[in-house]
Design a protein around this ligand. Sequence first.
Ligand code: PHE
Length: 457
Amino acid sequence: MAKHQINQFGTKIGLIAATVGSAVGLGTIWRFPAEVQSGGGAAFLLLYVVCVFLLAIPVMLSEFALGRSTREDAVGAYRKLSPDSKWWMAGGLAVVSSYLIMCFYMVVGGWTLEYLLGAVSGDLFEPFYQGQGAHEMFNGKMQEYVSGGWSPIVNTCMIIIINIGVLVCGVQKGIERMSNIMMPLLYVSLCVIMGYVLCQPGSFGGVEYFFKPDFSKITPGVMVGALGQALFSLSLGMGILITYSSYFPSDTRLTRTSVIVSVMTLVVAVMMGLIIFPAMSAFGMNDANHCVEGTTLVFVTLPEVFMCMEGGRVWAVIFFSLLLLAALTSTVSIAEVSVAFVGRRFKLSRFKSTLLVLLPLLLFSSICAMSFGPLENFKIGGYTIFDGLDTLTNNIMLPVVALLGVIFVGWVAPRKLMRDQLTNNGAFKSVFESAVMFVIRYIAPVVILVILISNIL
Ligand code: PHE
């Protein structure tokens, strides 16, 4: 008899907190504003919203259907629905790509911890008082943090250990309980920072920028970017939602849940936009020097903004705490994909499967963390280990997993699967069923293929 117990989320709020917690990660907090900046402000926002509702929600529903109908992990779900085929490999690819993402995402989690500790101790702002220019100093600080000695490795390992601590406690007592505490804190911190920033004189310029569309910046590339961002920010194509939905109770309404999760994620993205752009305009940072591109947004530009704010250190502590919360609720969700798979496949206890999945990461993620320091010059095909994994997973593996998922649900699995899942086996009517099915069968595969091709080219 398997020692691995059957898991389920205990409450509706808990399952929403956990799923939103997975979605709201660095992709939403950090990548979104950067994409907004390169995609014409509100024009990108508008495109993103359209992509979320027309594409991401149906794709999310297809992952929910796979997970909840089978109550299996990503591989088991395909295997159960199509036992004599090779479709389980689609789930296998999800497990592999989520594991690879974990290797480098833990490192970024480690940076957020390092920045938080730096903000708490005041070390983050130290040389500033010695009269150095803020921008150069935070740039230097970031270089020092990511490349320097043991601390990135130690912090990465700390993040992994926190993940182990949460995951061994199980779905309800670990993931759900943590999300129930962390998600409200995250929203409150966001509201506090946003409220403060919007009260600063001069912040309106940023609000205007964020809400005034510049349609001339919309290119095919920006459109593909919005589609990719919609999928990534909702944690699609990673096996996460298949795994989490296998813990949804049978009376959970999937359509409603998918809309709530998407809207709550969207709210975080919009709030981030309403923090960053107004802050940059209030503190005169909207010049070319202060682009929000790449890692610099969170780790260089924002600390600079905090410097200009009264009580900057406190703001930095609040912000990096919220970033850490966001990172943790996401890392836990992505780790759960492998923990669930290993636990069910090898019939291991939760404790053993968690350790089996996460202990090797102490080594793998540490190697990734060294990509910015000792292993900076170790490149495969021109990529450092960190960049290589990031590019491979985001550009290729995620779209492939998402594509296989929609093809499977749209064309291979019986149509009844989606109907039963959307209506909780006929307990109520679903007005969206045909529309959702239409998107899953015809629109999503084409669109995801376009994203994949444009990523490869
Ligand atoms: N939606 C998540 C994010 O925005 C995607 C993700 C989840 C990535 C878990 C990595 C790990 O960051």
